[in-house]
Design a protein around this ligand. Structure first.
Ligand code: NAD
Length: 301
């Protein structure tokens, strides 16, 4: 198939592009940044809020994966107008271009943040409604992007798939994210600060597994459906350090400090629907994924 990946120069989009090409698809990356890793994809430098550009590019394609967005929540806080433009308004623009060009489907990269940050012990499935109290602009922007997909389906018949990602980690991750920070600190012997006792949990998804989950969403069964794409293990913050210590063969210097007020403890998001309908589940467990990532990380330095 002829597929566009917006944001294909980024962390997740670059892995998705790899996977699609491996499966024999013809990929066009639409991004404002030049791709650093590829490859056999065509590249169009352009802005996802440019409707005329999108219409001219979409005419020649069947599917769009819309990943371009402001993925860094701190930058969202600093530049809310621009961030919302490239996250939510861009989704509306993509949908409108898809309508005018009769594209087969828009697949949207969304986030588990749409469920909010409750400490509920219940397992979270796609049936759970959006949080009524989004505590970040990023959450509100992604919820509105999801709602636009649903509107375009009911009003104009544009097909969508919403993919709610967990916290990805792995090769090509931004250096300011938790895993590369911990790796660097352990190697250098710098102190790692942990708020509370480190028992807060997170669910991580290895980026290569996440990319395969995105590809699974191409299946017809995924049309006009929502899928959580997440890891299967609950990982304590302290477990990240312990796993790295074991793999690096070096003890970390940890300083435990007072817990942050309202530090979100984490809960379990189920990806059972993706396994049941699409046959997708993460291939690597957390330790295996970390081992692969770490060995690639160290050899790239
Ligand atoms: N990384 C995460 O923790 C995470 C978690 C859940 C969901 N997501 C979502 O996944 C998607 C991809 O995230 P990522 O981590 O790969 O981010 P990233 O920042 O690595 O990639 C985003 C890409 O979008 C491009 N882009 C930005 N503005 C653009 C514009 N106006 N026009 C065209 N391209 C533009 C950037 O150049 C970049 O290549 C985003 O939609 C993000 O919200 C990310």
């Amino acid at each position: 198939m002829k597929i566009i990946v917006t944001g294909g120069s980024g962390f997740i989009g670059s892995h998705l592009t790899d996977c699609l090409i491996e499966r024999g698809h013809k990929v066009t990356i639409l991004d404002i940044e030049t791709p650093r890793y590829h490859s056999d994809a065509e590249f169009i430098r352009g802005d996802v809020t440019d409707i005329d550009l999108l219409i001219s590019v979409f005419k020649d394609h069947e599917i769009v994966y819309h990943l371009a967005a402001e993925a860094n929540v701190n930058r969202f806080y600093e530049k809310p107008l621009y961030s919302n433009l490239i996250t939510s308004v861009s989704t509306l623009t993509v949908l409108e271009a898809a309508r005018q060009t009769e594209l087969k489907r828009v697949l949207l990269a969304s986030t588990e943040w749409v469920y909010g940050s409750s400490d509920s012990q219940d397992e979270i499935t796609e049936e759970i409604p959006y949080t009524v109290n989004p505590d970040h602009l990023y959450t509100s922007s992604k919820i509105s992007a999801e709602l636009f997909c649903k509107n375009y389906r009911s009003l104009y018949g544009v097909n969508y798939t919403i993919m709610r990602y967990g916290i990805p980690f792995g090769e090509r991750a931004r250096e300011e994210t938790v895993t590369p920070i911990f790796i660097k600190k352990i190697i250098k012997g710098d102190e790692i600060l942990i708020h509370g006792d480190g028992s807060q949990t997170r669910q991580f998804i290895y980026v290569k597994d996440l990319a395969q989950g995105n590809v699974a969403c191409l299946k017809p069964e995924a049309e006009n459906e929502i899928f959580n794409l997440n890891g299967r293990e609950i990982i304590k913050i302290i477990d990240i350090v312990r796993t790295l210590e074991e793999l690096l063969g070096k003890k970390a210097k940890i300083r435990f400090v007072e817990d942050r007020k309202g530090n979100y403890k984490g809960r379990f998001i189920s990806s059972e629907k993706a396994e049941r309908l699409l046959g997708w589940k993460p291939r690597y467990n957390y330790r295996e994924a970390m081992e692969k990532y770490l060995s690639n990380y160290l050899s790239s330095k």
